[in-house]
Write a protein that binds this ligand. Structure first.
Ligand SMILES: [Zn+2]
Length: 103
């Protein structure tokens, strides 16, 4: 193997990087090591949506919102916009902390 060959492979453009959270992402800046979701403290919406579905069996949107300290409109948006992939980690934590009320 010649030095030239090695240098060439080193110059391969990095288009996809893996974040510490396991997500693959395309960095906007070469020194970015975390994905946009981690940088902005977003988290996957899916587990939150599943939890919301359980909550909604026994609680109204307003109740859930009040117990979580999240606006009911936000609660509804997370529960109904199925194409929404991320929610803010803060809101996710608050919603996940609300008890289902079922044993
Ligand atoms: Zn990440």
């Amino acid at each position: 193997m010649s030095w030239d060959a090695r240098d060439e492979s080193d110059l391969d453009p990095v288009v996809v990087r893996r974040c510490e959270c396991g997500r693959e992402f395309t960095p906007q800046f070469t020194n970015t090591v975390r994905c946009p979701a981690c940088i902005h403290r977003y988290t996957a919406a899916e587990p939150v949506r599943a939890h919301l579905a359980r909550l909604r069996a026994s609680k109204s949107l307003c109740q859930v919102g009040r117990e979580a300290g999240v606006r009911p409109a936000t609660v509804r948006s997370i529960g109904s916009k199925l194409d929404r992939q991320f929610v803010s980690a803060d809101i996710a934590e608050r919603l996940l902390a609300v008890d289902c009320g079922v044993a």
